[in-house]
Design a protein around this ligand. Structure first.
Ligand code: UDP
Length: 359
């Protein structure tokens, strides 16, 4: 089986990128950005939380685990993979507190296996999906990449331990890394091809658009006495398609200078409160989302905003959707289309997956 080369004839063929977790929320947007940019893409996803329908047929798809070293090695060799973008992992902070070893296994232990396969097969570039949870409760806002890494939950630790593995690996082997630390990712593909599809999501914008569509009774506002403009928590919401574009540009920068390693905050450098978000959802949906005011969640910082000067100086990233209402509009449109998608995917799921011979 060969990767599908979507470059027009006569143009140089771009190297194949393996995307782990490419059927998940952020991964599937990155798959689209790369395919739109003419890159050959191979996806590896165990469909534990991802959806087959989120990956277009123009990407080669494998259902399997990143810790299956034999499988990863054969994918790298069969498709001549030169870069890996690694999204597969677990992302629910409270779950990481209740079940830390699951997080150290899924996000740290399995990443070690993947990185090992990458190094041994000669993959030269590795882009890693990291998180602003690395900073814990920052001393000052906006928070830069140089701020101390002091996670306050196992999720954050599981991610920075993988960051550390990459830093050490890049010193010892011919592989460079791009570590992208995401702030609050939201929205959906503007063309409606993928979005946040996970059931039981806990993130504010997803919850708020579900409420606007009557899928839940309202939204609990966690904390009203923070030291912020209106007392509710402030976050730096970044549109998932802008984030996807940041991955592509980071990879291009890493390929242009193979000794260069990059650690970049991904955010717009401005914050919105919970009430700003709910008001935007009301405006965009034409509904009035019900608010229940509750105690803050343990460990929630009052405000988390990226200092994004490094990413703006380092790669030619020009965000297209840095507008809260646009983010909400796309999240809402995706939420509306989701039930039909889910039904469709149950029908096609089993027929659309490449079978993997392992004997
Ligand atoms: N939040 C809220 N109600 C919810 C979910 C989140 O008030 O149902 C608040 C949360 O306290 C934080 C902000 O919304 O101030 C963003 O939370 P989210 O869980 O989306 O992301 P986090 O910043 O925790 O990673």
């Amino acid at each position: 089986m060969h990767a599908i080369r979507s470059n027009p004839p006569g143009k140089p063929v771009k190297p194949t990128v393996l995307i782990t977790g490419g059927a998940g929320y952020i991964g599937s947007h990155v798959v689209l950005s790369l395919l739109d940019g003419g890159w050959p893409v191979v996806v590896l996803d165990n469909l534990c939380t991802g959806f087959r329908f989120a990956v277009p047929e123009t990407a080669v798809f494998y259902e399997g685990d990143i810790a299956d070293r034999e499988l990863v090695t054969s994918i790298i060799n069969d498709h001549d993979v030169d870069a890996i973008m690694h999204f597969a992992g677990s992302v629910v902070v409270p779950e990481s507190v209740a079940d830390p070893l699951k997080y150290y296994d899924n996000n740290t232990g399995k990443s070690r296996v993947l990185i090992t396969a990458a190094v041994q097969s000669g993959v030269r570039h590795f882009v890693f999906s990291s998180t602003a949870a690395a900073y814990g409760i920052p001393e000052s806002i906006p928070v830069s990449e140089a701020a101390p890494k002091r996670p306050i939950n196992p999720y954050g630790w599981s991610k920075i331990m993988t960051e550390q593995m990459l830093q050490d690996t890049a010193k010892a082997h011919e592989m460079n890394y791009g570590i992208l630390r995401y702030f609050n990712v939201a929205g959906a593909d503007p063309r409606g091809r993928t979005g946040q599809s996970t059931k039981g999501a806990t993130h504010l914008i997803k919850i708020a658009v579900e409420a606007a569509l009557g899928k839940r009774p309202g939204v609990a506002v966690f904390g009203t006495n923070f030291d912020t403009g209106d007392g509710t928590g402030v976050r730096d919401y970044i549109h998932v398609s802008d984030l996807a574009q940041a991955h592509l540009l980071t990879l291009e920068a890493m390929m242009a200078e193979p000794l260069r390693n990059l650690t970049l905050n991904c955010g717009y450098g401005r914050g919105y409160s919970v009430l700003d978000v709910l008001n935007a959802v009301d405006r965009v949906s034409g509904m009035k989302v019900d608010r229940q005011f509750e105690e803050p969640r343990p460990g929630d910082p009052a405000a988390l905003i990226a200092d994004n000067s490094r990413i703006l100086e380092t790669i030619p990233w020009m965000p297209e959707y840095a507008d809260l209402e646009v983010i909400v509009e796309h999240a809402l449109a995706w939420e509306r289309s989701l039930d039909a998608r889910r039904k469709e995917s149950n029908i096609t799921r089993d027929t659309a997956i490449h079978s993997i011979a392992k004997d």
